[in-house]
Design a protein around this ligand. Structure first.
Ligand code: ADP
Ligand code: MG
Length: 459
């Protein structure tokens, strides 16, 4: 009947607007490369911040001793102890995860850091009893702090602003390492913060420790970001002395990338306008876990309203922003049962929609596929842009392999997304180059990487 035809027309239109043929992806990759150059040329020269991290050498695999990491970037923080045995690798690894009381996320800087220092002190005391650490030995810590920071050295940086629900006003503009160090002193904990990084840098460092071919780190989780190893001489905005290694890790903050070549639909536009940061993080809004399910919800809502896709009434739940999460979407997308039982289950439990026909559920799966495919293919194009900037998009003799360390729940759990990302990069590069590119899932790399950077920057 007419309603079904209207619904199918909306699907077709959405699919066409989301299309990412190879030619388009190559334009996106080229635009990424151009913006990388611009961001490296001058401060504020591009939507890409291309932040200098002061990480001028990555772990070698020879690190030796006991090191700590603190990973703060969401509602939980993790404390980690890593015992490294030189060439022997990681001898022992201990961690604990602590949730942050909501009140502390809106309190004062001292309150937050005192709480962290207390948990860190307890953890270190417990672990060291078991390890028989020599008393009085200077402990070194890597601090993964995944909020926007203006880095001033490998172990100092000023908080620009909070995100993710934190609002501790007196910490903004402060050096977060100094704040942590003061709290550790107040508690009488002997520990030096040797490195300040974010999760993307940590992932890159953790990846390099186990694979010397790692030159890129990518986060695909709630948000998305990328970091890579740049030649120090190719950073015009860097006026400091050239590091001995000749290299510098760049934190791209690529979530904020945008380009006229990106396939943006009316649904994406409406999502952006209604978001807490309109006009910002456009690439992130097309590719990352926070948004994929929400784009799908918006398409389904329009189909319900204009084509009675779920019956004459629009299901009320479908009107609630962010009610459909990306994990729910991936569960529907990856439903392999012949009658799409999981799709039925998610529609019922999440959206309170029952009695859907198999035909309807098939369309839902198709929409999941459209949204995930676009995101994964754009992420692949972004990676191609970085490989081009590094001159690693065409194999050169003696170049060896290029490994990409990836972490984040989206990459880890959304198999269709991950496969699509990896296959697309292969297609874009062509068989010959594709065989020299390796993806590495660097699980928990962000914390481990910070401990390793503490080791390679220890006194
Ligand atoms: P964060 O990015 O907040 O540090 P993670 O790396 O653990 O946290 O990623 C969590 C995100 O990964 C979630 O917000 C979600 O979008 C995505 N995710 C988690 N599990 C799945 C899943 N099963 N399918 C698809 N996406 C998932
Ligand atoms: Mg994370």
């Amino acid at each position: 009947c007419g309603k079904w035809a209207r619904a199918m027309a909306l699907v077709k239109e959405f699919e066409e607007k989301c299309a990412t043929p190879e030619a388009k992806l190559k334009q996106v990759a080229d635009a990424m490369t151009v913006e990388m150059h611009a961001g490296l040329a001058s401060e504020g020269g591009s939507k890409l911040k291309m932040l200098i991290t002061f990480v001028d050498h990555l772990p070698t695999g020879d690190e030796d001793g006991v090191f700590y990491a603190l990973d703060l970037g969401g509602t939980n923080f993790r404390v980690l102890q890593l015992q490294l045995g030189g060439r022997g690798g990681v001898v022992n690894q201990k961690f604990t995860e602590v949730s942050i009381p909501p009140a502390l996320m809106r309190g004062t800087s001292d309150e937050l850091f005192d709480y962290i220092a207390e948990k860190l002190a307890n953890f270190a005391a417990e672990e060291e009893q078991m390890f028989h650490q020599p008393p009085g030995k200077q402990r070194e810590l890597g601090f993964t702090f995944s909020f926007p920071v203006m880095q001033t050295s490998i172990n100092s940086g000023t908080l620009i602003r909070w995100t993710k629900g934190f609002a501790i006003h007196d910490a903004v503009g402060q050096d977060v390492v100094a704040e942590l160090t003061k709290a550790l002193k107040r508690r009488g904990v002997e520990m030096r913060v040797a490195a300040l990084v974010n999760d993307t840098i940590g992932t890159l460092a953790g990846g390099r420790y186990t694979n010397k071919d790692v030159y890129l780190g990518v986060i695909l989780g709630t948000g998305t970001n990328a970091a890579y190893v740049e030649r120090a001489q190719a950073i015009p905005k860097w006026h400091g002395s050239l590091p001995k290694s000749g290299e510098m890790v760049i934190n791209m903050e690529w979530g904020n990338f945008r380009s006229s070549h990106l396939p943006i639909t009316e649904y994406d536009h409406a999502l952006d306008v209604g978001s807490v940061n309109p006009g910002e993080q456009i690439f992130e809004k097309l590719t990352s876990g926070m948004y994929l399910g929400e784009v799908l919800r918006r398409v389904l809502l329009r189909m319900a309203a204009e084509a009675s896709f779920f019956g004459v009434e629009v299901p009320p739940k479908l009107k609630v922003p962010f009610v459909l999460s990306t994990p729910d979407m991936s569960a529907m997308h990856q439903d392999t049962s012949s009658d799409l039982r999981e799709v039925d289950n998610k529609l019922k439990t999440v959206l309170e929609i029952s009695n859907t026909s198999l035909k309807t559920r098939r369309v839902v799966v198709e929409l999941c596929n459209i949204v995930a495919t676009r995101g994964a293919r754009l992420a692949a194009a972004g990676i191609l842009g970085i490989l081009k900037k590094m001159g690693r998009d065409t194999p050169q003799e003696g170049d060896g392999k290029t490994a990409i360390a990836v972490d984040g729940g989206l990459y880890e759990h959304y198999t269709e997304y991950r496969k699509c990302l990896e296959n697309t990069l292969g297609q874009l590069l062509g068989d010959k180059t594709a065989s020299s590119i390796v993806f590495e899932h660097s699980r928990d790399g962000s914390g481990i990487g910070a401990a390793l950077l503490a080791a390679s920057n220890s006194l």
